[in-house]
Design a protein around this ligand. Sequence first.
Ligand code: SF4
Length: 151
Amino acid sequence: MRLTRFTDLALRVLMRLAVTDAELPTTRDVAATMEVPYTHTAKVVARLQHLGLVEARRGRGGGLALTAAGRAASVGGVVRELEGAGDVVDCDGATPCPLRGACVLRGALRRAQEAFFAALDPLTVDDLVAAPTGPLLLGIAGGPPGRPASP
Ligand code: SF4
């Protein structure tokens, strides 16, 4: 199974925010660290805020932060939410498959998809930034939050 770029970026944003201490990064900081376009990052951040996993703190020293729910969130739950419940294969698409009414493979693929999500369920966002990932993230974040993002 292949994750959408949106889901992958959402997990990267959550990991980046999971290693933030007192100084909070902006959306531009996160985009620059992860080397992805600002506009994509902003859409992902908005979705994560909507899900209650990320909050934007205003004022001096403000920026993005994980909520308590975001830090404890199950990776499997986040991926399920962002990937949706669609089938791995588009059996009912523009040209529906003639086997779709009685297909053993379709059921097996659904079970395989659920097994994929279930393997991620025990992991929390906080778990994803255990060493060596957390120290690497802090290293590449570099510089004080608020610096301009790369064009
Ligand atoms: S063979 Fe089965 S899984 Fe594949 S498209 Fe047809 S119904 Fe779906």
